[in-house]
Design a protein around this ligand. Structure first.
Ligand SMILES: N[C@H](CCC[C@H](N)C(=O)O)C(=O)O
Length: 280
């Protein structure tokens, strides 16, 4: 199986232009290729498939083998792959559409000398209704509500970007024990399908810093859908404007939540690292 190793701000993926049907074996394959000692090593396996609704279809499988509904960093990577290797676009600005489980998403890359350096993605509208996240709550939406894990109480905001997120504002995210609280919150029984967990410190109304514990992966260097959820949470907390830069350990994402259509737009880099062949 030919693959391309790619990443968005260090959130890394094995990208495969998939031929034929996707069987149940895909879960075991995802786990095997993502293993950082016995496999290729990645946060996820991403398939590029034909689509009758968009230029192509993307499916994302976490390192634990489970499929997710959404992956912002992966959309930027597969857009780069599609435009450079499939369409072989030469224009400075192009656009294409990606079918994901939330529908058809439009993307706008910046192209220099035939190479895609940065991509803007329409990540759709945030979902706040608990039943659609899904989240066990009798509230109409969960903003800054208490959640307890291991005798520790946090205030959290619950958002879906197609995949579930739990956002907590902390004093100093750079020194926060993400590895201690992330796994407990990921599996909290408020979230029947588990959740991605974002910890944020808000510097000002247009700048915040985020670290993430991803569902089915653990600590990753970046989470695109998580950065969208973090901006939405900061706006709902009335501590941020609708456009802000999100600082992640290895780079920034620009996130904008537009009033006119309620959609969240994410802009950031995407890189190819190497091509390879998976023997097993
Ligand atoms: N772990 C996530 C999928 C990957 C999302 C993240 N890598 C992104 O860039 O959005 C989940 O289970 O929903």
């Amino acid at each position: 199986m030919k693959f391309t190793k790619m990443h968005g701000l260090g959130n890394d993926f094995v990208v495969v232009q998939w031929e034929g049907e996707v069987s149940a074996q895909i879960h075991g394959l995802a786990e095997a290729v993502c293993d950082r000692h016995f496999g290729i090593g990645a946060d996820g396996l991403v398939l590029i498939l034909p689509s009758d609704k968009a230029d192509f279809k993307m499916r994302i499988f976490n390192a634990d083998g489970q499929e997710s509904q959404q992956c912002g960093n992966a959309i930027r990577c597969v857009t780069k792959y599609f435009l450079e290797r499939i369409r072989q676009s030469t224009s400075e600005v192009d656009t294409c559409t990606v079918e994901t489980s939330i529908g058809v998403q439009q993307v706008w890359p910046k192209i220099r000398n035939g190479l895609v350096k940065e991509v803007t993605v329409d990540m759709g509208a945030p979902i706040l209704i608990p039943a659609k996240i899904p989240l066990r709550s009798t509230l109409s939406r969960v903003i800054n509500q208490p959640i307890t894990v291991g005798q520790q109480q946090f205030d959290f905001t619950a958002i879906s970007m197609g995949n579930p997120h739990l956002v907590i504002e902390v004093e100093d995210v750079q020194h926060f024990p993400v590895d201690k609280w992330g796994p407990l919150l990921e599996k909290h029984d408020y979230y029947p399908e588990k959740t991605n967990v974002e910890f944020i410190t808000i510097q000002n109304r247009n700048e915040l810093t985020m670290r993430v514990w991803e569902r089915g992966v653990g600590i990753t260097l970046a989470c695109g859908s998580g950065a969208c959820a973090a901006l939405v949470a900061a706006v709902l907390l009335e501590k941020a404007d609708r456009s802000a830069v999100i600082h992640l350990p290895k780079g920034d994402l620009q996130i904008e939540w537009r009033e006119e259509n309620d959609h969240v737009y994410m802009t950031g880099a995407a890189e190819s690292v190497f091509d390879g062949v998976w023997q097993q």
